[in-house]
Design a protein around this ligand. Structure first.
Ligand SMILES: NC(=O)c1ccc[n+]([C@@H]2O[C@H](COP(=O)([O-])OP(=O)(O)OC[C@H]3O[C@@H](n4cnc5c(N)ncnc54)[C@H](O)[C@@H]3O)[C@@H](O)[C@H]2O)c1
Length: 259
């Protein structure tokens, strides 16, 4: 157990993409961070690399849909210490036309992204309460998406998940806010992570369409999203509760193609 740090955080889906940049940034801010992922090799590799840089990062290998093991892994990582922030970022995506949506892919999308977030928040709750008492702040950050608000062909399961996560964010802001625990979301626009680019069902104009609509005229990076997540996860945002912050270069507020 590291001797000194400025609070614990857990990031789900922390082994790559936006999650990995969030793990890195929170650890650079002095936190001890649990890099939670279902992918053992990637989580261990990420933690090892970040430790080489002198950061306090521990791999937590668990499937967020497994409620019991999620609880056990949170308890093991924390061993009674407060948890300042839990970031729900893990996702399963399968883009499919609505008429072809299968039971299996819908269930997995909602299980990983929505139920998984609920199990993680429940597992975190006693330790978040301890952080709220000890540091007068504790935070839940749910990684939503512009897809919660805007339609795209093939996104019905994913959009349902992200709209659900946004509703959950607001509900918890009220229900847990009374205990000093804040709940907020980020809604990233398209970020060319390895997995986002690799999805075979994604619309062929995913990148070009996004570039046309985005006032800043470029894609974002995982690190740019991580900056906003880290803000919402830490004390500088102590008066922000129940909000969804778009991190998308202005894509969500432009009404037509710009170029
Ligand atoms: N990349 C984008 O364009 C984009 C846009 C908007 C929102 N987002 C959201 O940002 C978040 C991160 O996206 P990304 O592109 O970095 O994703 P990613 O696929 O690169 O990373 C997701 C991680 O989640 C892990 N994971 C999957 N299922 C899991 C499970 N059952 N238990 C634990 N871990 C599991 C994966 O192993 C992976 O490491 C997601 O919530 C996504 O919906 C991404």
């Amino acid at each position: 157990m590291p001797s000194k740090h400025s609070g614990n955080a857990i990031v789900t889906g922390g082994a790559r993409g936006i999650g990995l940049e969030t793990v890195r940034l929170l650890a650079r801010k002095g936190m001890r961070v649990g890099c939670l992922d279902i992918d053992r090799a990637a989580a261990e590799e990420a933690a090892t690399q970040l430790k080489v840089d002198g950061l306090q990062v521990e791999p937590i290998v668990v499937d967020v849909t497994d409620r019991l093991r999620v609880q056990q892994s949170f308890d093991t990582f924390l061993s009674g210490q407060p948890l300042c922030a839990v970031i729900n970022n893990a996702v399963f995506i399968r883009f499919q036309p609505f008429s072809e949506l299968t039971d299996e892919s819908l269930e997995k999308t909602l299980d990983v992204g929505l139920k998984g977030a609920i199990w993680c928040i429940q597992a975190a709750l006693p330790a978040l309460r301890r952080a709220a008492e000890t540091f007068s702040d504790a935070a839940i950050v749910n990684v939503s998406s512009g897809a919660a608000f805007q339609g795209s062909v093939g996104f019905s399961a994913y959009s349902s998940l992200k709209a659900g996560l946004t509703g959950l964010t607001r509900q918890l802001a009220v229900e847990l806010g009374r205990d000093g625990i804040r709940s907020n979301s980020v809604a990233p626009g398209p970020i060319p992570t390895e997995s986002a680019l690799a999805d075979p069902g994604k619309p062929s104009d995913w990148t070009s369409g996004a570039l046309k609509r985005t006032p800043l005229g470029r894609m974002g990076t995982p690190a740019e999203v991580a900056e906003v997540i880290a803000f919402l996860a830490t004390r500088p945002s102590s008066w922000v509760n129940g909000q969804v912050i778009s991190v998308d270069g202005g894509k969500s507020i432009s009404s037509h193609d710009l170029r």
